[in-house]
Design a protein around this ligand. Structure first.
Ligand code: COA
Length: 245
């Protein structure tokens, strides 16, 4: 397992911490490989994932020292793009605690989460065009889905970095808490999710991620499976009989 991705098993979730603070958690190939390894585990044993960064930073981007050496074939291989898409498609929810800098690829990793919690020191944005590249690991479609086209265009075309208040107002994070409190809140959210039916949670996530034209067929198919599940029967019966106890 990589030194730069710390993984801790908790009762209700897996906590993964980008831990390369001396490089502001810049995402290099080693981190990408470690994230793929983590995804493989979470695909075979679905758990909620809480992602965060060490040292008061989420991630200051893809590793620019490695990016500078990459050429056209590396771009086409979509090294970060495929990794973040895999995180986005994990069966159970992904919660990002976004503390401090979340820039470039670091911001795109945060955009891959289902739920984002910020901290007062949050600085999130995409300065890629200033480095002569585009934000190709999710920002051009995912940021637009999250905040809408007008603000996404401004962020991507100007490189303007948002602070916590603005990110909260735009819905880019859904709450802003001090770092320890933000991590506790992520754990509370994971605990709340753990009390729900995992099959229903995973079906909801698949429907949420499906393209527009897949609806409502996908919703009806997912529901058809759940309507036959013993867990649905058990949960609904427990509700209907709760007053008889
Ligand atoms: N890639 C590679 N190395 C990075 C990095 C990145 N994205 N971001 C930071 N680092 C490295 C720095 O080169 C420095 O390394 P060194 O100590 O060997 O010189 C170390 O991390 C600390 O960075 P530093 O800039 O001194 O820290 P800071 O606290 O003054 O500033 C930032 C923090 C995030 C504002 C600044 O590091 C920065 O602008 N990073 C690049 C952001 C960016 O453009 N990201 C988009 C990439 S797609």
């Amino acid at each position: 397992m990589s030194q730069s991705l710390r993984i801790e098993e908790r009762d209700t979730h897996v906590l993964a911490t980008l831990d390369r603070p001396e490089k502001r958690n810049a995402i290099d190939q080693e981190l990408v490989d470690a994230l793929h390894e983590l995804c493989a585990t979470l695909e075979s044993e679905p758990r909620t994932l809480v992602l965060t960064g060490a040292g008061g930073t989420f991630a200051a981007g893809a590793d620019i020292a490695q990016l500078r050496e990459r050429r056209a074939d590396d771009a086409r291989a979509g090294i970060n793009t495929r990794c973040f898409a895999r995180i986005r498609s994990l069966p159970m929810p992904v919660i990002a605690v976004v503390d401090g800098y979340a820039l470039g690829g670091g911001a795109e990793l945060a955009y891959a989460a289902d739920i984002r919690i910020g901290t007062p020191s949050l600085k999130i944005g995409n300065p890629e065009t200033g480095l002569g590249i585009i934000a190709a690991a999710g920002a051009t479609w995912r940021l637009r889905e999250i905040v809408g086209e007008p603000l996404a265009a401004e962020i991507l075309l100007t490189g303007r970095v948002l602070g916590a208040d603005e990110a909260l107002a735009a819905g880019l994070v859904t709450r802003v808490l001090e770092p320890d409190e933000a991590r506790d809140e992520a754990a509370r959210i994971a605990a709340r999710i753990a009390a729900l039916d995992p099959a229903a949670t995973q079906a909801t996530k698949r429907a949420l991620l499906a393209p527009r034209d897949a609806h409502p067929a996908i919703d009806l198919e997912e529901q058809a499976v759940l309507f036959e599940s013993p867990e649905k029967m058990r949960r609904m019966t427990a509700f209907l009989e709760r007053k008889k106890k």
